[in-house]
Design a protein around this ligand. Structure first.
Ligand SMILES: Cc1cc2nc3c(=O)[nH]c(=O)nc-3n(C[C@H](O)[C@H](O)[C@H](O)COP(=O)(O)OP(=O)(O)OC[C@H]3O[C@@H](n4cnc5c(N)ncnc54)[C@H](O)[C@@H]3O)c2cc1C
Length: 329
């Protein structure tokens, strides 16, 4: 009887017992990744406002310091879906202190409805915290991402004319808006008539990323979309300047006049994204204001509109644009 009883206690004990490493692994996972939560997805949404891990699936080098990073969605059937103007914020923890983490914004270049993955085009910065981490990642490694919505949101016919000035990898929020405005079918059935003008600033012709995508959209939707390019230096100045949408040098008042909605045009907006010196040159934004959004700091603000809390200056200020009609990403 005693033997049968001890067998029964042993069997129940064995059923209840879990190997210690299983529970400790789960426990350490929580400490290892306190920022990561797995939320229930709302229909049509694959990103959450809380950080979740996404696996790196592929890296495609584009130039010596720019690469495309393909991250996998949790389910291959999940559709990438990020509305303009929303972006992703990446985060990695390199220490145990709450401040020992790095957060940076990246707007994917992926078209909405793409199944299974999203792509970031990232330029590596010398001494850059996040970009050096990204360029050191291996296939299969994971990175935390959450979605962040900007105060400004694109809706069909909200503005008659949207002007955009982007520098280098600062083109990504504009590709999202332009592609969405030109190719998305709106649930409301509304026909979007918004005109779009994009001035893309780069160091040389070779530094222009996805120029073919913008040229193709400008050709297919010539009644709504115009693209302009300016480069600091041209290999062959004469050949470069043959095209009417090409400029040479830093953004100037003449370039703005030729490419952007005019200051007296009604119902317009001009959006800016790019290196801090470009925003400072075009809109007079102080470099000290921009550093919380663009770099050097570990933790970035969840409120993404800090660059817009200062008055307008620079070329746009000189030309008489209204501060409320300019938005700095
Ligand atoms: C809406 C939005 C979308 C964006 N999308 C993209 C995108 O698609 N692709 C992309 O590549 N970028 C994008 N960016 C920029 C991106 O968020 C990062 O700012 C960029 O990748 C640099 O991050 P980092 O951590 O590598 O560099 P950081 O560490 O932030 O450094 C940035 C620069 O500051 C210098 N620096 C660092 N620390 C110091 C210090 N203590 N003192 C002085 N200088 C210092 C570095 O040398 C470096 O040149 C976007 C930004 C915004 C706002």
């Amino acid at each position: 009887m005693r033997f049968a009883l001890s067998c029964l206690v042993g069997a129940v004990g064995a059923w209840l017992w879990r190997p210690p490493h299983e529970s400790s692994v789960a426990c350490y996972q929580g400490i290892h990744n306190p920022l990561s939560f797995r939320n229930k997805q709302r229909p049509g949404q694959v990103f959450s406002q809380r950080y979740e891990r996404y696996q790196l699936g592929e890296v495609i080098p584009i130039t010596s310091d720019v690469a495309l990073f393909r991250f996998l969605l949790h389910d291959p059937e999940d559709e990438f879906n990020l509305k303009p103007c929303s972006t992703l914020q990446a985060c990695y923890k390199y220490g145990v202190q709450p401040t020992e983490q790095c957060q940076r914004f990246y707007t994917p270049v992926t078209s909405n409805h793409t199944k299974g993955f999203f792509d970031l085009i990232v330029k590596r910065k010398t001494e850059g915290l996040m970009t050096n981490h990204l360029f050191g990642m291996h296939i299969g490694d994971t990175l935390l991402f959450r979605s962040v919505a900007f105060k400004i949101q694109y809706r069909p016919n909200r503005w008659q004319h949207v002007g955009m000035i982007g520098g280098g990898t600062g083109f990504t929020p504009f590709l999202q808006i332009i592609r969405h405005a030109l190719t998305e079918r709106w649930d409301s059935g509304e026909v979007d008539k918004t005109r779009l003008s994009f001035l893309f600033c780069n160091r040389t012709e070779r530094h222009i990323l996805l120029g073919g995508v913008f040229d193709d959209l400008a050709e297919r939707f010539s009644n709504r979309f115009r693209v302009f390019y300016t480069i600091d230096l041209a290999v062959d100045k004469e050949t470069w300047m043959k095209k009417s949408n090409h400029f040479l040098g830093y953004v100037s008042p003449e370039m703005v006049k030729a490419s952007m909605p005019a200051p007296d045009e009604k119902n317009k907006i001009i959006m800016l994204c790019g290196p801090d010196p470009l925003l400072s040159h075009v809109a007079g934004t102080p470099l000290s204001t921009m550093s919380s959004m663009s770099g050097s700091l570990n933790i970035q603000p969840m409120a993404t509109d800090i660059n817009n809390l200062v008055s307008l200056g620079g070329i746009l200020g000189e030309l008489g644009y209204d501060n409320n009609e300019v938005y700095r990403f």
